[in-house]
Design a protein around this ligand. Sequence first.
Ligand code: NAG
Ligand code: NAG
Ligand code: NAG
Ligand code: NAG
Length: 184
Amino acid sequence: MSLLLFAAFRVTLSTNPPNLYTDQSTLLALKSHITHDLHNLLATNWSTSISVCNWVGETCGSRHHRVTAMNLSTMDFTGTIPSQLGNLSFLASLDFRHSSFHGSLPTELANLHRLKYLNFGSNSFRREIPSWFDYFAKLQGLWLYMNNFNGVIPSTLGNLSKLETLSLYDNNFKGQIPITMGNL
Ligand SMILES: *[C@@H]1O[C@H](CO)[C@@H](O)[C@H](O)[C@H]1NC(C)=O
Ligand SMILES: *[C@@H]1O[C@H](CO)[C@@H](O)[C@H](O)[C@H]1NC(C)=O
Ligand SMILES: *[C@@H]1O[C@H](CO)[C@@H](O)[C@H](O)[C@H]1NC(C)=O
Ligand SMILES: *[C@@H]1O[C@H](CO)[C@@H](O)[C@H](O)[C@H]1NC(C)=O
């Protein structure tokens, strides 16, 4: 009997799916990593009393009501990217261009396997472009221009078979353009 109960309990725990509440806690983590909000957009707008689907910069899918697009471009935010951002598992489009995000990109972002569009252009990200960028198997557009990325361009970028646009100008790369880019 207790074994059965235990089994039932385990099932309840493990079938608790990520949902809109997960997206809310993810975005609250991001909010807490935004250290400067020039136009004071988030303080009142990103409020837990309304659905994240109505938060400025967020778009949800009509079927699952999960965040599918995030556009924080030109909102003049300063901050870093928390590892929790990798939990936005329905995200297809991420646009952070022309902001003041800095630091490095957490590995957990590799979980965003639905991403088609990623724009981190004109920020202050540093370190190397992560080699796991090829986890974004559906990626069609990648903009990393005007940042402080350095080191070599990872050869894994050549695995992005759906890629149509790539913009890397104004960074501090060294070495050669990987021969795998010829696969694109
Ligand atoms: C947040 O901003 C969005 C987009 O500008 C707006 O539609 C919404 O009403 C705002 N919500 C609150 C609570 O201010
Ligand atoms: C994000 O918003 C900006 C400013 O409104 C707009 O120009 C840009 O096209 C949007 N990005 C995406 C991916 O829709
Ligand atoms: C989100 O991701 C982090 C690690 O990246 C994890 O520890 C956490 O449990 C996740 N949160 C939710 C609500 O799924
Ligand atoms: C991705 O690219 C690397 C380096 O070019 C290669 O070694 C690796 O096998 C590729 N992975 C996949 C899944 O195609």
